[in-house]
Design a protein around this ligand. Structure first.
Ligand code: ATP
Length: 207
């Protein structure tokens, strides 16, 4: 069985928190991560930059890391729902563990995602905390009720789907929103790769 480790996101723009998430999950599981770039996320405003800008920034940020990019959602004309994408991936790999990395904020809201009840049948989840965020009581959370909690990360590799693991390792205190706000104010954003920042400046993004 060859596990697939996915980090889905808008990456508008990609920041060092995204890279740290991929590192934490990859190191814990011994599997390299694939960044799954969203098209127009149904629950978020359309990004103020084009998807080719977001993809270019992701390519720049991942250069030399060994992480890869899956662009299938950008090729679709409809909004990208994680359930649809995971169904497509599941059809390609019926038996492989598919592990979706999510931040604690997504862990809290995943129950409201489109076709949420199908998600635990399609993938397992590796949950990463943002600094300072409380872990909600897992038994009251959507995944707590619809998936099996793994005590060790490695357990996610032993089933195709249906489990979740909450990592003890915290991520960096950064969000794409904070970076966009800093740029709009004309301030220097932190926790972004210098090469990505250079691309943003050169192309006049997020002003
Ligand atoms: P925005 O501020 O625009 O909502 P974001 O920084 O949350 O963006 P996304 O591309 O929407 O970035 O996030 C993709 C995934 O990464 C989500 O599951 C989100 O919870 C998670 N994530 C992003 N930043 C962090 C962070 N600093 N710590 C933990 N998880 C994070």
């Amino acid at each position: 069985m060859r596990a697939l480790l996915l980090l889905g996101g808008t990456f508008s723009p990609v920041h060092l928190g995204h890279l740290r998430m991929a590192e934490i999950a990859s190191e814990s599981l011994g599997v390299s991560a694939t960044f799954l770039i969203n098209s127009i996320p149904p629950h978020k405003e359309a990004p103020s930059v084009t998807s080719s800008d977001r993809l270019r920034m992701l390519e720049i940020a991942l250069k030399g890391t060994g992480f890869s990019i899956d662009t299938r959602e950008l090729r679709r004309s409809s909004p990208s729902y994680t359930s649809e994408t995971l169904r497509e991936i599941r059809a390609e790999r019926p038996h492989d563990p598919v592990i979706f990395i999510i931040g604690m904020d997504s862990f809290r809201t995943i129950g409201s995602w489109h076709e949420a009840e199908e998600l635990p049948e399609l993938a397992s989840f590796f949950v990463i905390r943002r600094p300072g965020t409380e872990v909600p009581p897992p038994e009251k959370s959507f995944l707590g009720q619809h998936a099996e909690r793994a005590g060790q990360a490695g357990e996610l590799l032993r089933a195709p789907a249906g489990k979740y693991f909450i990592s003890e390792r915290e991520c960096l205190p950064v969000s794409s929103t904070a970076i966009r706000q800093a740029l709009a104010r004309g301030e220097e954003p932190s926790l972004i790769s210098p090469e990505v920042l250079q691309y943003i400046r050169k192309n006049g993004l997020y002003r």
